[in-house]
Write a protein that binds this ligand. Sequence first.
Ligand code: SF4
Length: 282
Amino acid sequence: MKISLFLNDYFVNYNKKPLTSNQQLDRNIIQKLYNEDDLFILRGEPTLRPDFNQVLDIFKDKKNYILTTHLEDVSKIINYPRSIPYISMNWDGVMNDNIRGRKPFTSDLIYLLTSLKSADTIQRLSYTMSQYNLPFIDVDALFIKKLLTIFPKMKQPYFNIYQKGYYYNNEQFTWPAISRENLKTLNEQGVLTQKNFEYLLRWITKEDYQCTSIQNEITIMPDATVRLCQSHRIVESLGSLKEKTLQEILNENSENLKKAENCPLREQCWFGNHKDNIYGTK
Ligand code: SF4
């Protein structure tokens, strides 16, 4: 099972301050969840935790956890004394530094990649396409192509689609106007994998699909509630790990999980249209 663990109540919010609270997932709960067979994806800007090292140490014997970062505090990652198997770096383009309040994300990204040059860590960019960075997609594609040359250990990036969802602010989500021309631009620079291309194309052609995200994925929030998915239905709590084990919660909700394959929100949702794990090998 793939478990998205939101370690902090933190979401990026464009043009505004990030949504933050002091709520952090209890380290004892993380420790109890630890299971060799699961893939853990550490989300919610893990570097914001004061106990960052101790949280990562829980997974020290695991070879397949993924650390995601919005590049808020790369020095914590660089100074972590153990090797990290996989780092997914959320970098949303050269203009994003200004949009997010003149933050040095691009230079921090280069700093982090440079520090990982001799490490075995799998490195991948996650780029969220939005109405803010889409006008500069050609500049960003060229920049990413250069990064791939300078840092040959980096995998090709994964391009996601930005949406506003209930968890952010309840406003109507906004689809970026992604076009075939945008895909052509990315393809010409050689920065789009086949799987990523198919995912974005399915959004453009609006093909119907069955939600795959709930088949073997689950989301756990900082308040220890288990959620159906990371998209619109993230508001639905299936139960709390403060009261039950993950397995008990999953067993109790097996019918709901099955029904979600035909989730009525899937036309408005980007997340359930991933054919499989975006952290696959291609
Ligand atoms: S279609 Fe989207 S909102 Fe519905 S269950 Fe799947 S991921 Fe969640």
